[in-house]
Design a protein around this ligand. Structure first.
Ligand code: GTQ
Length: 370
């Protein structure tokens, strides 16, 4: 936080500030050091939610809430403790710009279709046999799959299998809310019926590197499901060569018709960190929500050590120094707001130059329930 100028302590300045506030006016000289920071000073905090806690709370939620009865999803979101009472961000925010949640769908359950101006994505962490139906296409989901539902597309979920399904949701809810662009519409008839063959887009875009002839026009979601087996295959190819020093062996999910991020407002990444790998620390404007999909290790965020293992979720806020250390072979899935920062030309990045790119650990984060 910037040093407050000495004149702000003067009684006449204080009195004047109070005086104009009653007319809904404010003094710029007080606001500048608060909001026009030298560097990003996000209210979002670095934080970690333990997988055991999430599983326990989802199973409790299963007892008290059914998606069909509630007309909504059984999702529990990650509320960043730094954003709870802050305005203008309100709540329902995991970082300044992004929301993430875990969602549970049980065999036979249905989450009714709806559409909204927020873009959504899912990363499947457990189970199989459930589908999401996007614009009439049933897309069956399995562990490790990554799915997109860009803004304004009808989507709902159903489950015809026999095991519980758990996945991560991420949406740009805080961004759209604060931009004043929120629109939401429930589907009139519950869960939409299919109108194309199952897994249509996944089959048509199986090649990944090639585009079906006739698809020359830009499409918001030509490929709805990025299958785990293909993501792993791509990472295996990278592993024949040197890793990226900041990110290990990492791929970004792309829209195959545009070459841009798979979702218009959210970047998404899968990274493999072989056992004992320590990435070099960096910081950047954009914020990131991580899911430890497989393995274990820790991430040092501004000097604080966040131990993670498979099932955990954690946040790296804007402009925080961070580096990962893997204790075993690990896969991290992550969602970021780089496409939003890029849209506003705000992205900057810095490497941590001291100590060969590694921070000194000054504290440890103790998550609830561990
Ligand atoms: O599954 O469609 O966590 O619309 C938040 C909003 C999930 C969903 C969320 C949504 C969904």
């Amino acid at each position: 936080m910037a040093e407050k100028a000495s004149y702000l302590k003067d009684q006449d300045v204080k009195d004047f500030t109070k005086d104009i506030q009653q007319y809904n006016l404010g003094p710029l000289w007080e606001a500048i050091p608060e909001v026009m920071n030298k560097n990003p000073e996000p209210h979002a905090q670095a934080y970690l939610w333990a997988g055991e806690l999430l599983e326990k709370k989802l199973m409790e939620a299963a007892e008290i809430f059914t998606p069909e009865r509630g007309g909504e999803r059984r999702a529990i979101y990650f509320q960043n403790p730094g954003l709870t009472y802050r305005q203008p961000w309100g709540h329902v925010s995991t970082t300044q710009t992004l929301y993430a949640a875990v969602q549970l769908l049980l065999p036979g359950e249905k989450a009714p279709s709806h559409r909204h101006s927020q873009s959504a994505l899912r990363f499947i962490t457990e189970g199989e046999g459930a589908f999401t139906i996007v614009q009439g296409e049933r897309i069956f989901m399995e562990e490790g799959d990554f799915l997109i539902t860009p803004k304004n597309l009808w989507h709902g979920h159903g489950h015809v299998g026999d095991k519980r399904m758990i996945w991560m949701d991420a949406l740009d809810i805080p961004t759209i809310y604060n931009l004043g662009g929120t629109f939401f519409e429930p589907y009139a008839d519950g869960l939409q019926e299919p109108n194309v063959p199952d897994n249509f887009s996944e089959k048509r875009y199986r090649g990944g590197m090639v585009r079906p002839v006739g698809d020359e026009q830009y499409d918001v979601a030509p490929l709805a499901n990025y299958k785990w087996s293909r993501t792993v295959d791509a990472i295996k190819g990278l592993m024949e060569f040197d890793p990226n020093s900041n990110h290990g062996f990492a791929v970004d999910y792309m829209n195959p018709t545009t070459g841009k991020s798979a979702n218009p407002t959210m970047g998404t990444r899968m990274q493999f960190l072989p056992q004992g790998f320590n990435t070099k620390a960096l910081r950047h404007t954009h914020s990131t929500i991580y899911h430890a999909y497989k393995g274990s290790g820790y991430t040092i965020i501004n000097g604080v050590r966040f131990d993670w293992k498979s099932g955990d979720y954690f946040v790296v806020p804007n402009w925080a120094w961070y580096e990962h250390v893997s204790a075993e072979d690990s896969y991290l899935f992550s969602v970021n707001d780089l496409p939003i920062m890029d849209r506003f030309d705000l992205e900057r990045e810095e490497q941590y130059e001291k100590n060969n790119g590694h921070q000194t650990v000054t504290g440890e984060f103790k998550p609830d329930f561990r």
